[in-house]
Design a protein around this ligand. Sequence first.
Ligand code: FAD
Length: 548
Amino acid sequence: MSDETAIPVVQMRRPRWGDPARTAELPGAAAALAGDRQADAGVDPATITLARPAVDVDVREQISELVGPDNVSDADVVRVQHTRGYSTPDILRLRAGDADDAPDLVVYPGDHDEVVAILRLCSERRIAVVPFTGGTSVVGGLTPDRAGVAGVISLDLRRLDRVVEIDEISRMATLEAGLRGPAAEALLREKGWTIGHFPQSYEGAGIGGYAATRSAGQSSAGYGRFDEMVEGLVLATPRGTIELGTAPRSAAGPDLRQLVLGSEGVFGVITSVQLRIRPVPTTRVFDAWRFASFADGATALRRLAQDGPLPTVLRLSDEVETALNLADPAGAGSEASGPSDTGAGGEGEAGDGGSAGCLVVAGYEGGADEVARRRDAASALLTDVGGSALGDGPGEAWRTGRFAGPYLRDPLLDAGVLVETLETVAFWSRLHEVRTAVTAALTDSLTASGTPPLVMCHISHVYESGASLYFTVVAPFGDDPLEQWAAAKTAANTAIRASGASITHHHAVGRDHRDAYHDEIGPLALDALRAVKASLDPAGVCNPGILI
Ligand SMILES: Cc1cc2nc3c(=O)[nH]c(=O)nc-3n(C[C@H](O)[C@H](O)[C@H](O)COP(=O)(O)OP(=O)(O)OC[C@H]3O[C@@H](n4cnc5c(N)ncnc54)[C@H](O)[C@@H]3O)c2cc1C
């Protein structure tokens, strides 16, 4: 019954997304935006030749002794596959043959002690260490600053792939950090358990990355964000090991787990995580509802978040995304996706906020009785606040197509259509102001570049006091797509901060949001974080330039 178990771990082939056997056709809307442009897939990454690795030969030998010679590589093709992440600018650079940010060495440690030993050695030799779990960062989290370091190592954690322990009584599992989403889920499901964390990057991302970025999955209403599932974790630092998580809640000082969650590799490397787990659901049903406007739909989501009951998946698309979603759910309303079918115009009248209204997907998972109870009560509330039931057709269609969206970005870029996403989070009382400001900033910036965009927005993570806003932007390439997007992104960041929202709900800070993050927390808080880093990483080799 579960589509998540049908999805294997995919070894990504930068710069393209996902399983090469699963390609997506260029959507009709994109053809209109692209005009007569010839499709161009860019430079083949296998043909890129890199400068010689900067790391001294004796360092390489010492690392080889630590992890075994087969677990170190300086081959160009391997280094290119560890270059940057999966933001659209990252992809555009690699498509242009620019792999200047490639690491010097890629190292595959086999256990926690090897990670500590590598960090110690790199600290002595001032070599930057970039933890790499799935490599799907969209915020520049894998692009360290080389200033002041003698080289860069990408620490690929794929060999840390064990389920260490399942504590069925406490409903907890200890997982190594390199386990990728589908592998972790498959191993737990063999024993009847699920994590319930399904980001749209599920095929690529993994446990360490989820924890280091405070990831949020599509089922966050039911299972919580990833950081809310974490009961304990182990951090390897250049100065040794920190183990956190003695009990579920404690009054023993500040909760230091929260200091490590979201730390993006700057304090060290998370090598294992103790997670809350739940029984695999036996029942799953996804309903769809229509609301007259985004504001009406947002009120309905707020009421569910505040008064309950919460579905397991809860999301609201704006008018443009709704029209595309109802036309082809695999193509819109997804993370990092673009429009799929009719695009601006056509039957759905996307682009003019036309007749489709705003789609709410409410999915319920659990035991049969409990699902029926929650579904009945939530449906009564949704009806009460003005929703029209659309049955389970569009909801099920969204569910089955939900991991397909990212596959559209490559054909869109091939066709000269810029597509990128960004997200934020705010209190309910400010949400509409934030949405209006960010939409205007993106629209104005890209229109000023001569490429008026299609801007879509959805809510997919809700709390009693607020919700996330997720924007998908589509525009034809201008003369310089990197500059074009940089200007739009700066405008959006400025609007987010000016309207009092957070710079990120789940994509994290990386390098791309660093300045806005510093503005958000203020200089004293930043000093405190820097003091923690100086204590754990005195040589400053852990992901330099990221976050702080
Ligand atoms: C198509 C697409 C869809 C996406 N959808 C979602 C979504 O639905 N929800 C969501 O939250 N995010 C989403 N993302 C963003 C991204 O997948 C998440 O940030 C994810 O958590 C990253 O996991 P990863 O394993 O790929 O981490 P990586 O990219 O390997 O690393 C992310 C950052 O954490 C650091 N890091 C990695 N592992 C460790 C470790 N063990 N210890 C310390 N630091 C570490 C890295 O150095 C880097 O700075 C999406 C991205 C793409 C490209």
